[in-house]
Ligand binder design. Structure first.
Ligand code: ASP
Ligand code: MG
Length: 451
């Protein structure tokens, strides 16, 4: 018997009707002969509503109590889902994060999973029941308190359960058809990716793609979990996120298990896995992501002597901000001074500025500039490793569209550029076209948020 973990995002369980629809889908998976574990998010926008409520009570809610509050959202959806399944004549049991053995560290609001002990989930399965687990929540052994894994954490719950239970596949159900080569709301000719490596997915998620949360992808990569990202609103095959270390057979088996449960419409019904089983030539580019949530800080007039970069980034590190791109200019020989720019989340901007300003005389820089009108574009593809000329093509496409590049950074499988915020969508479209990613038809964009 195969074991399938399914995750349903908030948009898939937004109201009673949706919950019944999802329950039906879960039952079908069970009836196809699989063991089923479900990780579920809070209904619709209810997490945001609870957050609002907390902030109406106090501007700075106590972290422990905030976690207590937010985890109520998933408790509602898990119980309703289990009830719906039971009413359809199938056994189902809901579990909170702690009951399901999601053991985390003690950091409220952004806890990390340190252990998964799903004994009760396993027992439920052994007794023939469907297990419904509250996403996004855990439990710390030291404090004995309830924690949350950070916004969007239900993806991580699902992947962690899949790893601990050695599931055949982890299905992430959302309100879009899968992972796209670019955001279809900006690029109408973006197309769904059939298969993507976890390494590429990690880069896309880290650079602004929102369908999957980066921590879930990291976890899946580390533990060898195959993901199938698909819509809960239709039966189409979605996107398979596979680990490069997995064998072709393991991946094919995961696809078969996943698509075997619900008839696939998008390919030949007599051989639903036909497309996925042929090893396709790896495409040069997997996709393009953009991110408008970052800002740029420039440290102007830094003495160009050993130790200054170390000093600056040690100060920045103390704030906990996640630095992305770093660029240092060639020092002007006459002055012996250089400028260092870096990007960081806008939400960390003020803290970093304040902290750096406090150390200005110590470091000896002239001034700080803050720019929150930047956009970042990242072109991702494992094929880049063996292909010269990708950057030239990218820069040419941007040049021909009259878009100025302000910063550049590269990794083995990614090239990122910073542009003005208001040009980044144009940049996305021209780059998508330049790399031959445009599909033949316009993507069907549901009202979806991709969550
Ligand atoms: N309900 C939580 C949130 O909205 C967790 C999740 O949806 O994955 O962030
Ligand atoms: Mg949610």
């Amino acid at each position: 018997m195969s074991l399938i973990v399914q995750k349903y995002g908030g948009s898939s369980v937004a109201d009673a009707e949706s919950i019944k629809r999802v329950a039906k889908r879960i039952v079908e998976t069970r009836k196809a002969g699989n063991e089923v574990v479900v990780a579920v998010s809070a209904m619709g926008d209810s997490t945001d509503e609870l957050l609002d409520l907390a902030h109406q009570v106090t501007p700075i809610p106590a972290p422990r109590e905030l976690d207590m509050l937010l985890t109520a959202g998933e408790r509602i959806s898990m119980a309703l889902l289990a009830m719906a399944i039971k009413s359809m004549g199938h056994d189902a049991r809901s579990f909170t994060g702690s009951q399901a053995g999601m053991i985390t560290d003690a950091r409220h609001g952004q806890a990390r999973i340190v252990d998964v002990t799903p004994g009760r989930v396993r027992d439920a399965l052994d007794e023939g029941a469907i297990a419904i687990v509250a996403g996004f929540q855990g439990f710390n052994r030291g404090t004995g308190d309830i924690t949350t894994l950070g916004r969007g954490g239900s993806d991580t719950t699902a992947v962690a359960l899949a790893a601990a239970l050695d599931a055949d596949v982890c299905e992430i159900y959302t309100d879009v058809d899968g992972i796209y080569t670019a955001d279809p709301r900006v690029v109408p000719r973006a197309h769904k990716i059939d298969r993507i490596s976890s390494e590429e997915m990690l880069e896309l998620a880290a650079n602004g793609a929102k369908v999957l949360y980066i921590r879930a992808v990291e976890y899946a990569r580390r533990h060898g979990v195959t993901l199938h990202v698909r819509s809960s609103f239709n039966n189409n095959e979605g996107t398979i996120v596979y680990n490069e270390s997995a064998t072709e057979e393991t991946i094919a088996a995961a696809v078969r298990t996943s698509t075997g449960t619900i008839p696939v419409q998008s390919s030949d019904p007599s051989n639903p896995t036909q497309k996925s089983e042929t090893t396709v030539e790896e495409p040069l580019i997997a996709g393009v992501a953009t991110d408008l949530s970052e800002a740029k800080i420039t440290v102007v007039g830094v003495p160009d002597i050993p130790g200054k970069a170390a000093q600056i980034f040690n100060i920045v590190a103390k704030t906990g901000a996640n630095i992305d791109m770093i660029v240092q200019n060639v020092s002007a020989a006459s002055t012996g001074l250089t400028d260092i720019s870096f990007t960081l989340p806008k939400s960390d901007g003020q803290t970093v500025l304040t902290t750096l300003t406090a150390e200005q005389s110590e470091v000896g820089f002239a001034s700080l500039q803050y720019d929150d009108q930047i956009g970042k574009l990242a072109l991702v593809g494992a094929g880049m490793r063996t292909n010269a000329g990708v950057s030239a093509k990218l820069f040419t496409a941007l040049y021909e569209a009259g878009i100025n590049i302000e910063m550049i950074s590269t990794s083995e499988i990614r090239i990122s550029v910073v542009t003005r915020a208001d040009t980044v969508n144009d940049a996305l479209r021209v780059v998508h076209t330049a790399f031959g990613l445009d599909g033949d038809e316009e993507a069907v964009v549901h009202a979806g948020t991709g969550r």
